[in-house]
Design a protein around this ligand. Structure first.
Ligand code: NAI
Ligand code: MG
Length: 398
């Protein structure tokens, strides 16, 4: 087996412990890798005025694959107040290193699988016929365009003259906003490019084919947002017709999709959406399979850079616990996505099987799985610690 080299980015708060525990599982499963640690997060902002130092970007550029815990982010004014005194007043401005990473490496494809584990007490249940209780098993993979749409940062309050003039060339703008004083206008632009839209769609279709999913659902709103959602839907039809005729293509509006989420979530396979709606629909599905303790993600660029991370943040209120209580499974699942990417399919399958076994047996559960409020006492009340959950998973490895 080839030895891999992986950049690890622990970050802040619980990111550190879930990553450490995940490395323990990878190691126990026989994954052969050299890990190089990259600096990212709040400490580096406070100490150096940059939460994503250049040396970290260099490391990722060199090694291509990164496992990322989570970071703490704060609004710019709070961030400035916490800067080291020697750096204050020198023009440093805070921006999120997550967005920074995405932009620097053009990590335009975000993949968020949401698959329920049998026996997870957090699984979604619904009422069936005759007052029965049904527990549909969900297996959905969301492909979220990660760099465009409303997240591109092209926005203004009190837009400059040229922007205002350009807006005034659109009859709908004149009609609806033409009498609003310019200083009372806030505008955030929703930009889609053909290239990035084709890339996310193609990635979604290829995944469906590779993994045997029967359908790809485009989750946008093309009847109303005609240019951007419309572009995605048009391209989806073309790509399906030309290259993936065996895969069913479904058009669902984001609003209706959120309503159907609890009606028939088991009917969906691959879902693809722009940045904003992809964020919404992936959080919606994640809620059905156990929430933040289970939601994993992968991000890819066209040049082969890949970053794997749980969806959750640094959960600062749990960071200082002597014995950590948070659920490490979302991070471990993210590592499994990394193993898929590295073609370490056997190791990934063994880790997933071990996680599934622990959940199904139901003896070892972190506080979130027991629906407890997170506090140190959960450990006395039967919840497993982060370490105990990891130990149980390692013990189950075949
Ligand atoms: P969060 O995801 O850190 O925590 C929200 C709540 O979810 C926690 O209080 C906890 O109850 C639960 N939770 C999260 N992860 C869990 C786990 N592994 N096991 C069990 N329960 C878990 O989001 P929050 O509180 O909004 O943000 C905290 C900090 O994290 C902020 O500074 C925020 O900017 C940052 N953040 C970073 C992200 C990243 O690094 N990708 C993503 C989201 C937030
Ligand atoms: Mg989100």
């Amino acid at each position: 087996m080839a030895r891999h080299s992986i950049v690890i980015l622990p970050g802040d708060g619980i990111g550190v412990v879930v990553l450490e525990e995940t490395l323990r599982v990878l190691d126990a499963a026989g994954f052969q890798a050299d890990y190089v640690q990259g600096d990212i997060g709040w400490k580096f902002w406070c100490k150096e005025g940059n939460p994503l130092p250049l040396r970290t970007l260099d490391l990722i550029a060199r090694h291509k694959v990164a496992l990322f815990g989570a970071i703490t982010s704060k609004p710019n004014d709070e961030a400035k107040a916490e800067l080291d005194p020697s750096l204050q007043g020198k023009g440093y401005s805070y921006s999120s290193p997550i967005v920074g990473l995405r932009q620097f490496f053009d990590l335009d494809i975000c993949v968020r699988p949401c698959k329920s584990y049998k026996g997870n007490p957090l699984n979604f249940v619904r009422r069936g016929k005759g007052n029965t209780i049904e527990e549909p098993l969900i297996d959905v993979v969301i492909f979220r365009q990660n760099t465009e749409c409303l997240y591109s940062g092209v926005e203004w309050t009190n837009p400059p003259e040229k922007v205002y003039e350009a807006l005034m060339t659109h009859p709908k703008f004149v009609e609806n906003f033409g009498r609003t004083p310019v200083e009372e206008l806030s505008v955030s632009t929703r930009i889609f490019t053909k290239k990035a839209t084709e890339r996310i769609l193609t990635a979604a279709f290829e995944h469906a084919r590779r993994k045997g999913y029967l359908s790809v659902t485009v989750c946008e709103k093309p009847n109303v947002i005609r240019e951007t959602s419309g572009l995605m839907w048009r391209l989806a039809k073309e790509i399906q017709k030309e290259s993936f005729p065996e895969i069913k293509l479904i058009n669902s509006n984001i609003d209706a999709q959120m309503m159907w989420l609890t009606k028939n979530p088991e009917d969906y396979g691959v879902i693809v959406a722009g940045n904003m709606f992809g964020d919404i629909v992936s959080d919606g599905f994640a809620g059905l399979i156990g929430g933040l303790g289970f939601a994993c993600s992968a991000q890819f660029s066209s040049d082969g850079t890949a970053v794997f991370e749980p969806t959750h943040g640094s959960a600062p209120k749990y960071a200082g616990y002597k014995i950590p209580i948070v659920n490490p499974i979302a991070m471990m699942e993210s590592a499994c996505l990394m193993l898929d990417y590295l073609n370490e399919n056997n190791i990934a399958a063994r880790i997933r099987k071990a996680i599934a076994g622990v959940i199904e047996e139901g003896k070892v559960r972190t506080y979130d799985m027991m629906k407890m409020n997170g506090r140190p006492e959960v450990l006395e009340n039967g919840a497993a610690s982060t370490f105990q959950m990891t130990d149980a998973i390692i013990e189950r490895l075949e």
